[in-house]
Design a protein around this ligand. Structure first.
Ligand code: ZN
Length: 95
């Protein structure tokens, strides 16, 4: 069931879960028992945390809008060292 946000005048926002067809326009505040009116907001349909949802959003966004990278990749060598598999080259002086 989605979460809906209500606002108590004394306590602030209160979140409650209701079925979409049964959501009331106001509820009693669980702290002070005063009327809390429903705020106009999007219902939260997922149980994932905001951090997890942010990660999912950034992953989906990077699939279509990859970040522009400038400079070299961290950890990459600046000049590639030529490699050889000849054992005689091991005796050669190194720079
Ligand atoms: Zn209250």
């Amino acid at each position: 069931m989605p979460l809906y946000e209500f606002r108590c005048t004394g306590c602030g926002p209160v979140e409650r879960s209701f079925a979409m067809a049964e959501v009331p326009t106001s509820i009693l505040c669980p702290r002070c028992d005063s009327e809390s009116r429903r705020m106009v907001s999007s219902p939260r349909l997922s149980h994932a945390s905001s951090t997890a949802m942010g990660l999912l959003d950034s992953t989906a966004r990077s699939a279509h809008e990859p970040a522009v990278v400038s400079g070299s990749v961290p950890g990459a060598r600046r000049s590639p060292t030529p490699m050889t598999s000849n054992p005689l080259h091991r005796k050669l002086p190194r720079p």
